[in-house]
Design a protein around this ligand. Structure first.
Ligand SMILES: N[C@@H](CCC(=O)N[C@@H](CS)C(=O)NCC(=O)O)C(=O)O
Length: 213
């Protein structure tokens, strides 16, 4: 398999975690989000919206959207399931995963922050406030979900799920951006637990071949 990724892309990080948890190898192709490689016509052939991750299978099948990729991997390699089969638990996992993937990440994506600054003339400090605001709202909601329905040490029990694949990169991103994370004890307990697992460590930004300080 070929994974198109960038070391500190949180959506690529989700897929890297899923691959590592399932023990699946992939060739790493860097798409440099800092230089805008994702917007080049060649990359848009793989990802029309211009983003990472993209997974290309050995059969040439190409997929975008981290949640769709992980769902596909789960169907192909169900030995380490990341989406539970029990209907309510599966819905809880998707609920938490989509809170991160649909309600937090898109507001703070590279192209959104770039548009705020370049097109709307938002000052750098206000762009940072925007980022911190949506992370705080989103993580507060994730904390509430986990307080109500979570059952550690992972988000939902003793084994990792898609929810953990989404939580860890989002928290890592927020920490990198200097957000105060003390208000989310359950989220942080899950994060710390995941960080101690080999598969999560293998998927971390600093372990990727394109890592830049
Ligand atoms: N919903 C997509 C989002 C993919 C995405 O936008 N990834 C970011 C990196 S975390 C990206 O490539 N951004 C490039 C840009 O906004 O220009 C997914 O979950 O895969």
């Amino acid at each position: 398999m070929q994974l198109y990724s960038f070391f500190n892309s949180s959506t690529s990080y989700r897929v890297r975690i899923a691959l590592a948890l399932k023990g699946l190898a992939s060739d790493y192709h860097r798409v440099n989000l800092r230089t805008g490689e994702q917007r080049q016509p060649q990359h848009r052939e793989l990802s029309p919206i211009g983003g990472v991750p993209v997974l290309v299978g050995d059969d040439g099948v190409s997929l975008t959207q981290s949640l769709a990729i992980i769902d596909y991997l789960d169907a192909l390699y169900p030995q380490v399931p990341l989406l539970p089969s029990a209907p309510l638990l599966r819905a809880r996992v998707l609920e938490a995963a989509q809170l991160v993937a649909c309600d937090i990440h898109p507001l703070n994506n590279v192209r959104v922050l770039g548009y705020l600054q370049r097109e709307l003339g938002v000052r750098a400090e206000d762009k940072d406030r925007w980022y911190a605001h949506w992370v705080a709202e989103g993580l507060a909601a994730l904390e509430a979900l986990l307080q109500r329905h979570g059952d550690g040490p992972f988000c939902f029990g003793a084994t990792p799920t898609l929810a953990d694949c989404c939580l860890v990169p989002q928290v890592a991103n927020a920490a990198r951006m200097g957000c105060d994370l003390q208000a989310y004890p359950k989220v942080m307990a899950v994060y710390q637990h995941c960080q101690a697992q080999a598969a999560f460590q293998q998927a971390a930004p600093e372990r990727q071949p394109d890592f830049i300080q």
